[in-house]
Write a protein that binds this ligand. Structure first.
Ligand code: HEC
Length: 111
C-alpha cells in the first residue's frame, strides 16, 4: 500500500516539475506582451497543422529565433524585439514545448 502512495506522490511531483518549466520560463516574459502566447500557438497550428511539424518548428525557432522565421507581426517585433534565444537545455525545452502543445491543442480540434 505504502508503495502505491509513494509512486503516486512521485508522479505528482513529476507533473508539477513539468508544468513549471513552461510556467517559469515562458509565461513571465510573455505576460508583458500585448499578444498572448496562445495566439502565437494558433499561428503555428494554422500554418503547420501537424503535431510533429508544429513542435519541430517551435523547437527550431525557440533555439534560435530569426526575424525571417517569425510568425509574429512586424510591428510587434519592432516594438518588443525578437524573442531572445532561450537558455535552457534540450530536455527542458522539449518539455516546455510539450506542455505548450498539450495546453492548446484542444482548441485545434474544434475545426
Ligand atoms: C525574455 C522574454 C521571453 C521568454 C523567456 C520567452 N519568450 Fe516567447 N517571445 C518573446 C517575444 C518578445 C516574442 C515576440 C517576437 C517574436 O515573435 O520573436 C515572442 C514570441 C514567441 C512565439 C512566436 C514566435 C514567432 O513565430 O514569431 C512563440 C511560439 C513563443 N514566443 C513561445 C515561447 C515559449 C514556448 C517560451 C518558453 C520556452 C518562450 N516563448 C519564452 C519573448 C519571450
Amino acid at each position: 500500500m505504502g508503495r502505491i502512495y509513494l509512486i503516486l506522490l512521485m508522479i505528482l511531483i513529476n507533473l508539477n516539475a513539468d508544468s513549471s518549466v513552461y510556467e517559469k520560463k515562458c509565461i513571465p516574459c510573455h505576460k508583458k506582451l500585448p499578444v498572448s502566447i496562445d495566439k502565437f500557438f494558433f499561428n503555428y497550428l494554422l500554418k503547420y497543422s501537424s503535431e510533429k511539424q508544429v513542435k519541430n518548428t517551435l523547437y527550431r525557432f525557440l533555439k534560435n529565433p530569426k526575424k525571417k522565421k517569425a510568425l509574429a507581426s512586424e510591428e510587434l517585433i519592432n516594438q518588443y524585439g525578437l524573442m531572445p534565444k532561450i537558455i535552457i537545455d534540450d530536455i527542458e525545452l522539449n518539455k516546455a514545448i510539450d506542455i505548450y502543445w498539450e495546453k492548446y491543442k484542444v482548441f485545434g480540434k474544434i475545426k
